[in-house]
Design a protein around this ligand. Structure first.
Ligand code: FES
Ligand code: FES
Length: 168
């Protein structure tokens, strides 16, 4: 509308840059949209899951500038210019091979229903960026905000430890 200040939000998601209009139309990013909503509903990246939608379960964890964040607790407009990585962005862009962490989850059957798994893998990825050689206690601490209703936690710790051992 003439006279209305146009605003955009720029997100770099999994290496792709998106310039998204902010406004009140259904096809625009609304000021109250969360990052998880934008990833799933606007960009179609449904690998990021939403469960509690209020910061309590860790399902929606993604990386922002390589640090784990809860995407249900961030407004998209707050993420302008930030680099976001979702579970879809972990595979090798050329070979499409899975990230070693993803492969370790498969090798150790570190999930059952899998709903919590993208968030757990992204939290673990952030840990390994910061500390490539964690102890089991470090892994438990880093994943303490991620809840798994299928109680896969023991296998999850084994998977993360095994992925970290691969790079030793
Ligand atoms: S969906 Fe974001 S923390 Fe539960
Ligand atoms: S594998 Fe089902 S909630 Fe974690």
């Amino acid at each position: 509308m003439k006279g209305t200040r146009q605003k955009k939000v720029r997100l770099i998601v999994n290496g792709n840059t998106y310039e998204l209009d902010v406004g009140g139309r259904p096809d625009q990013i609304q000021p109250f949209h969360t990052l998880s909503h934008t990833l799933r509903e606007t960009l179609g990246l449904t690998g990021t899951k939403v469960s509690c939608d209020h910061g309590a379960c860790g399902c929606c964890t993604v990386l922002m500038d390589n640090q784990a964040v809860l995407s249900c607790m961030m407004l998209t407009v707050e993420c302008d210019g930030r680099k976001i990585t979702t579970i879809e962005g972990l595979k090798d862009p050329k070979t499409e091979d899975l990230d070693p962490l993803q492969q370790a989850f498969i090798d150790h059957t570190a999930f059952q229903c899998g709903f919590c798994t993208p968030g757990i893998i992204m939290s673990a990825k952030a840990l390994l960026y910061e500390n490539p050689f964690p102890t089991e206690e470090d892994v438990k601490e880093a994943l303490s905000g991620n809840f798994c209703r299928c109680i896969s936690h023991y296998q999850v710790v084994k998977a993360v430890m095994s992925a970290s051992e691969e790079v030793r």
